[in-house]
Design a protein around this ligand. Structure first.
Ligand code: 6CM
Length: 214
């Protein structure tokens, strides 16, 4: 759904970053879908997705996580994660169990542009991580990244100055049980912009001196 239709409200804006949400409640529980767009110079979509997907970097940029474990490696690009999120007063602590899949998808709309890279995180079940003391949240998150390359000047190789990455981040989280609407919305309003700014800066810093990963 484009953000120009269907009740999307712009709730955060910073430079190239725009964040929209729709106010949706299911049985009195806030499940507001979120959509964010951002443009970042100097990185590729593959690099963005690599750092978002790989467990070894998770604690470097993810401020809502207290504990994280890979409960199953299905393949090199599909993992099952169990995460315990930091408790938000006055609600019970939440955890999440989800498969995470990263892949390159063809760009049918623009054959001359680079392929699109995506990571999709989607709630699932697993015998080694049953519901325990935490309330289990249910979510679908998708990070979609497209790389644009400005042609370098004659006889010059493509450098990071020639790269632009267009990011779309969509998320839909059901907190899984009672959570005060005003607190939840305040947490999202604070945490989503913080996440996207921190994560994209992290990828810029990590890749700055590395060869480009297309
Ligand atoms: O997409 C993001 N992170 C991924 C890797 O961790 C993954 C995780 C998504 C779950 C995010 C849940 C955050 C909310 C936890 C607190 C719930 C409190 C409920 C009670 C409040 C009264 O896809 C970045 C996620 C950024 C989230 C702000």
């Amino acid at each position: 759904m484009g953000v120009g239709e269907g009740g999307w409200q712009l709730f955060a804006e910073d430079g190239e970053m725009r964040m929209y949400r729709r106010e949706v409640e299911e049985g009195g529980i806030v499940c507001d879908p979120l959509k964010a767009v951002h443009t970042v110079k100097g990185v590729t979509g593959h690099e963005m997705c690599h750092y978002f997907f790989s467990p070894e970097y998770r604690f470097d940029w993810e401020a809502t996580v207290e504990n994280m474990k890979v409960v199953e490696e299905i393949s090199s690009n599909t993992l099952i994660f169990h995460q315990i999120h930091k408790r938000v007063w006055p609600a019970t602590q939440r955890d999440a169990l989800f498969w995470s899949h990263m892949r390159q998808v063809p760009n049918d709309e623009d054959k001359d542009a680079h392929d699109i890279w995506i990571v999709c995180n989607n709630s699932t079940e697993h015998e080694s991580a049953p519901v325990g003391k935490c309330v289990r949240l249910v979510m679908t998150v998708c990070l979609v990244c497209q790389t644009f390359v400005d042609p370098p000047t004659e006889n010059k190789e493509i450098s990071r100055e020639n790269l632009t990455c267009r990011i779309t981040y969509c998320s839909s989280i059901n907190p899984g049980g009672w959570a005060p609407a005003s607190v939840l919305r305040a947490v999202y309003k604070r945490e989503y912009p913080k996440f996207l700014k921190r994560f994209t800066q992290y990828v810029k810093d990590m890749t700055e001196k590395k060869p480009i990963m297309f």
